[in-house]
Write a protein that binds this ligand. Structure first.
Ligand code: OAD
Length: 239
């Protein structure tokens, strides 16, 4: 069966996305020549230790990223992925992105594996706070510092979110892997779980990744451009 037939007949679909999906919205990716981790060291900005050492530096860096994300709009890739949610009877979007653009584009069934940059919580007591746009570090009523509610290196992912992601990956007949380098665990394991249970794997990326070796179809190119070409399939089941 080719991809068109699989899409027409498949009912259970998961999509795993990474920062490449938001690249066309002007949000920098992490790895690669222009990636954030070329300019900044993750251990100085995205770990609990880094926050303990210099909470203002970490808060300020996330505030800078919030500024970029606040100006960004969903791109064609986000919109086609929201069409996919409507097309498939059982659909789950599993994203490593923290920018919230998938929700803005209309997706509702989303598992945000690494949290959401717009949410905050107290580093000390865990109390949750909503959106705060401020260069200056903020304090909780308990006296602890507020931090973005994202997953940092060395931290565990939310258990329920992760369990649901693995369940959906296992049940899927079709798994799209879009714009992720496929090197950060446990997200990178999800397509393997789908593959083991017999799903058809479609990868869209500018370049090959470790996941490419298990992909039934590798589409080389920008996520927005590649997905727009498939859009008719998700709107009418033909194209
Ligand atoms: P990476 O920066 O590691 O990878 C981005 C991927 O997107 C690369 O494989 C690029 O080739 C691809 N890419 C870039 N532009 C693209 C485009 N327009 N269309 C399609 N593909 C494109 O980002 P992630 O895989 O998301 O975690 O990184 C995973 C995690 O590592 C992030 O969630 C973050 C990071 O450190 C934490 O902060 C915990």
């Amino acid at each position: 069966m080719g991809i068109k037939e699989i899409i027409r007949k498949g009912k259970r679909c998961v999509v795993l996305t990474g920062s490449g999906v938001s690249a066309e919205s002007g949000i920098p990716t992490f790895r690669g020549d222009k990636g954030l981790w070329k300019q900044y060291r993750p251990e100085e900005l995205a770990t609990p230790d880094a926050f303990m050492r210099n909470p203002q530096l970490v808060w300020g860096w996330y505030n800078w990223r919030r500024g970029i994300i606040a100006k960004a709009k969903p791109n064609a890739a986000h919109y086609v992925i929201s069409d996919m949610e409507k097309f498939f009877a059982d659909f789950m979007l599993i994203t490593q992105n923290i920018d919230g653009l998938h929700r803005k584009a209309g997706n509702k069934d989303i598992l945000e594996l690494h949290g959401n940059i717009w949410e905050n919580k107290c580093f000390n007591c865990g109390k949750r706070y909503g959106e705060i746009m401020s260069e200056k570090l903020q304090k909780c009523e308990c006296g602890g510092y507020l931090r973005p509610d994202v997953v940092w290196f060395g931290e565990s992912l939310d258990r329920e979110v992760l369990e649901m992601a693995f369940l959906k990956a296992r049940e899927a007949e079709l798994c799209f892997v879009i714009g992720t380098s496929g090197v950060v665990q446990p997200a990178a394991s999800l397509p393997y779980v789908s593959k083991e249970s017999g799903a058809y794997i479609v990868e869209i990326n500018l370049e090959r990744t470790p996941i490419s070796s298990i992909a039934d179809e590798f589409i080389s190119g920008k996520a927005g451009e590649a997905l727009v070409k498939m859009r008719e399939l998700f709107l009418h089941g033909s194209g």
